[in-house]
Design a binder for this molecule. Structure first.
Ligand code: 3PG
Length: 383
């Protein structure tokens, strides 16, 4: 696929040229402040390359799902990494055009949240046209959104010469590698929602020696296997036939024990349960110690480990499963690939991110790429 994509290095002329860069700006914000800047840091190589070539860099991106949020806190955080950065409170139109016009060669501008305009998610050709009129060239560096058929992802590349940024090139290279893992190989998929994870689980079961399902996703498998999960989070639209087929696969690994607590309660010492002993009044919030030990033993001798999705309700203090797996990977020699916003944030908090071979900026995009080998936003860049 990469041979069909041109990278930023292939742009014929950059001096004083306005370049629209779709960047991964969708980062976690708490109390008006960015709390994890991993995606912003991964945008720097492309921005610096364009700046040094004296292009005029116009950053576009989204924040949040609904289009109600502002990118201003992201601008503040990004300014610490790119001091030349300036802000424009419009996304398209006269004010945005003027801001691009005023941008000096080597300057960088961030425009307001793309999703403020319904044309972004609606993939409106008119909105794509308004974005395209801001620049001469388009660079896709927001791998996290390449699974969405949104105006900035698939519409703009039809109107401007499209190129892939360094992060997108690296994602394609590393995740393609992840589809030919070195044995013994282990894929770990956490998080929730069976329907969205089913295609990637099927694909990984073809390619990996073991596929471990953890997090809330494991609850769906427990129910299908006849175990009680008490008040745990389960998916409402599980395809019974699909889950039973996966359950029969000998490569599938499920938790061996679980940590449960009354709904909404904090982590309490000793609340570890065997699979068929989860109290009816409790919910499963993490994998138990036997599970972590089994995973760590596999990781210690693994050639490749791929991981997307936290194993427990990390943000509520159920951190054991995620932490023990991160430490096991950190101590192993395996080629390791990590992805998913929450998982990456958790591993960064543990100061273990530098121990991974590659960290993807994608969550859903990483899983879709692994399932299908391509994404709409990548096809849009092909010649
Ligand atoms: C992500 O965080 O996975 C991407 O930025 C895409 O965001 P979305 O799920 O709101 O489309």
């Amino acid at each position: 696929m990469m041979e069909n994509m041109r990278s930023v290095k292939d742009i014929p002329r950059l001096e004083n040229i306005p370049v629209l860069v779709r960047a991964a700006l969708n980062v976690p914000i708490e109390n008006g402040k960015v709390v994890n800047s991993f995606r912003l840091r991964s945008a720097i190589p492309t921005i610096e390359f364009l700046r040094k070539a004296h292009a005029r860099v116009v950053l576009i991106g989204h924040i949040g799902e609904k289009g109600t949020e502002t990118l201003e806190p992201v601008y503040q955080a990004m300014k610490e990494l790119v001091p030349e950065l300036v802000w424009c409170s419009s996304t398209v139109g006269a004010e945005a055009r003027a801001a691009v016009r005023d941008l000096p060669a080597g300057g960088v501008l961030m425009l307001e949240n793309l999703r403020r305009d319904v044309g972004e998610v609606g993939n409106s050709p008119e909105f794509a046209r308004k974005l395209a009129e801001l620049a001469d060239v388009f660079v896709e560096d927001s791998f996290d959104v390449c699974h969405r058929e949104h105006a900035s992802v698939v519409g703009v590349p039809k109107l401007l010469a499209p190129y892939a940024g360094f992060q997108v090139m690296k994602e394609v290279e590393e995740l393609t590698k992840a589809l030919s893992p070195k044995s013994p190989s282990l894929a770990v998929i956490g998080g929730a929602k069976f329907t969205t994870k089913e295609p990637v689980l099927s694909k990984l079961l073809e390619k990996y020696d073991r596929v471990f399902v953890g997090g809330a996703l494991a609850n769906d498998f427990m129910v299908a296997a006849g175990h009680s999960v008490g008040k745990s989070l389960v998916s409402s639209d599980v395809d019974e036939l699909a889950i039973r087929t996966l359950l029969k696969n000998p490569k599938l690994m499920l938790p061996l024990d679980e940590i449960a607590a009354p709904e909404g309660a904090a982590r309490i010492e000793g609340n570890v349960f065997a699979l068929d002993r989860v109290p009816k009044t409790s919910a499963v919030y993490d994998d138990g110690p036997k599970t972590s030990a089994a995973l760590a033993a596999f990781v210690a001798r693994a050639g490749t480990v791929l991981w997307n999705g936290p194993l427990g309700l990390y943000e509520k203090g159920f951190t054991d499963g995620t932490e023990l797996l991160a430490k096991a990977i950190g101590a192993s020699k395996a080629y390791s690939i990590l992805g998913g916003g929450d998982t990456v944030a958790a591993v960064e908090e543990l100061n273990l991110s530098q121990r991974f071979s590659f960290i993807s900026t994608g969550g859903g995009a990483m899983l879709d790429f692994l399932a299908k080998g391509t994404l709409p936003g990548l096809r849009a860049l092909e010649r």
